[in-house]
Design a protein around this ligand. Structure first.
Ligand code: SIN
Ligand code: CO
Length: 396
C-alpha cells in the first residue's frame, strides 16, 4: 500500500477519508520544493497565442476586479500596478514537459479525472478573490507565502459579486486559515470556498481535476445513441385513461416521460463505455490547434520498424488524451475523442499503446506480434498522438 505523501495515510485512506469530502493541509508534501519554472518564464508562456492565460487585477475596492485574457505583451506587464494582481497560466504540464513529474504522485487517481497543472504568479496582495471551483484541486505552494482561508463545507448557490467577469463570492466566512510555504500543499474538494492572498512574491501550482456534468454526460450518450442508431422507442401509454380536457398534460404523462428516459439509459448500457471513453479523451478546445499541428503522413509498419531500428522512440503527444478499457477478448483505445477497437488484444498491449508515456523498440517487438496493435499504432502516429523522438532531441 503506497503512502499518500508524508501524511501517514495510504493513498486509499486519503481517498476514503478526504477525496471529495473535506480539505487536507499537507505540510512539506514536496520537501525542499524548488519551482521548475520562474515567474519570468511563466510570463513568457503567457505571451504565446496558443497558451491560455489570464491577468486578474484587484482594483482597490473589494467588488472591482478586472480580468483580461492572454496573449500578453511586455507592455501589458509593465503597465501592471506593484501589487494586487495575479497571472494564471493553464495546462503548463503540457507546454513545459519539465513540470510533468509534479503530476506523478497523483497517478493513483484515474488519468481521465485530471485536468491540468495551472500555475499562478502574484506579487504581494495578489488574489483571485474568495471563490469555489467545481472540481477537486491540490494547491501546491511553489514560491513565497500565500495565506489561504478555507470553508469547512461545500458552498452551493452562494451569491457572487455582480457585474464582473470573474466568479467572486460576495459573502465569505472561512473556518480555517493557513500560511503555505514552498512545498506545502492544500487539497480542496469541489465547491469548498477558498481565498488565497499572496504575502510576498508568490507562485501557486494548482493540480486540477475534472468530471463531466450531468448534461454533458447526457449529451454524449445521446450523440452515441444517434450514431449507433439505438434507442428508437417512442413514448408509450398502454394505460391511457379517458381525459376530460384534451389539451391538458396530466401527471401520468410526465411519469411516462420519466419512464421513457430511464429506458433510454438502460438501452444505452452497451454504449456507455464507448461514450465515456470518447467524452473524457476529447481534446480541450484551447489545445485543439496545437494537437492538430501534429498530424503527419500515414505510415506503414515497415517504416515504423525502420525508425525503431534507427534507435528512435515514440513519445505521447502532450495535447492528446488517452484512455483504454478491456472489452471482451479485446480492448478499446480512446484517443482525442475517437475509439480504436481491437477485437483481440492483450491487456499488456493496451497498456503499451495507451498507458505508458513512451514506446521503445523493445515494446515494439512485443506489439508487432499483433497485427491489430501495429495497425492502430500506425494510425495513432499519423494522428500525431504518438511522436517520434530521436535520442538527444526534445519534444516541444
Ligand atoms: C491562484 O493560484 O491564485 C488561485 C488558485 C485557485 O484558487 O484555484
Ligand atoms: Co480556486
Amino acid at each position: 500500500m503506497t503512502a499518500f505523501f508524508n501524511t501517514g495515510l495510504t493513498q486509499q485512506q486519503f481517498l476514503d477519508q478526504y477525496w471529495q469530502k473535506k480539505p487536507l493541509l499537507i505540510r512539506q508534501a514536496f520537501a525542499n520544493f524548488e519551482s521548475p519554472i520562474s515567474p519570468d518564464e511563466l510570463a513568457g508562456l503567457a505571451s504565446e497565442a496558443d497558451i491560455e492565460s489570464r491577468l486578474i487585477v484587484e482594483k482597490g475596492s473589494a467588488s472591482s476586479w478586472q480580468v483580461s485574457h492572454g496573449p500578453f505583451s511586455d507592455q501589458d506587464f509593465t503597465d501592471l500596478p506593484k501589487s494586487h494582481w495575479t497571472l494564471l497560466v493553464q495546462d503548463v504540464d503540457k507546454h513545459v514537459p519539465e513540470t510533468q513529474p509534479l503530476l506523478t504522485p497523483f497517478q493513483f487517481i484515474p488519468n481521465w479525472r485530471r485536468d491540468d497543472l495551472m500555475i499562478s504568479y502574484a506579487p504581494i496582495g495578489g488574489s483571485v478573490g474568495p471563490h469555489t471551483d467545481g472540481y477537486d484541486v491540490f494547491l501546491l505552494q511553489g514560491l513565497g507565502t500565500r495565506k489561504w482561508q478555507v470553508t469547512d463545507k461545500a458552498l452551493h448557490d452562494t451569491p457572487l459579486i455582480e457585474g464582473i467577469d470573474l466568479q467572486v463570492l460576495s459573502e465569505f466566512e472561512h473556518a480555517d486559515e493557513w500560511l503555505l510555504a514552498p512545498g506545502d500543499m492544500l487539497y480542496l474538494p469541489p465547491h469548498f470556498g477558498h481565498h488565497g492572498v499572496a504575502m510576498n512574491d508568490c507562485m501557486t501550482f494548482s493540480i486540477g481535476f475534472r468530471a463531466p456534468k450531468q448534461t454533458e454526460a447526457m449529451d454524449a450518450v445521446l450523440n452515441e445513441l444517434l450514431e449507433q442508431g439505438l434507442a428508437k422507442r417512442h413514448y408509450n401509454d398502454p394505460d391511457l385513461q379517458v381525459v376530460k380536457h384534451d389539451h391538458e398534460i396530466g401527471p401520468q404523462a410526465v411519469e411516462n416521460l420519466k419512464q421513457l428516459l430511464h429506458q433510454t439509459i438502460d438501452d444505452a448500457e452497451p454504449v456507455l463505455l464507448n461514450t465515456l471513453g470518447k467524452l473524457v479523451t476529447e481534446t480541450k478546445p484551447s489545445l485543439i490547434d496545437l494537437a492538430d499541428a501534429l498530424f503527419s503522413e500515414s505510415i506503414s509498419s515497415q517504416e515504423v520498424m525502420k525508425q525503431f531500428d534507427q534507435g528512435d522512440t515514440l513519445q505521447k503527444s502532450p495535447y492528446h488524451r488517452f484512455a483504454w478499457a478491456k472489452n471482451g477478448m479485446g480492448g478499446d483505445i480512446f484517443v482525442a475523442g475517437e475509439v480504436y477497437r481491437l477485437a483481440q488484444c492483450q491487456r499488456e498491449h493496451l497498456i503499451l499503446l495507451a498507458d505508458n508515456p513512451e514506446i521503445t523498440q523493445r515494446d515494439w517487438q512485443q506489439l508487432s506480434s499483433e497485427p491489430e496493435a501495429v495497425a492502430t499504432l500506425c494510425l495513432l502516429i499519423a494522428e500525431g498522438a504518438w511522436l517520434w523522438q530521436t535520442p538527444g532531441d526534445t519534444i516541444n
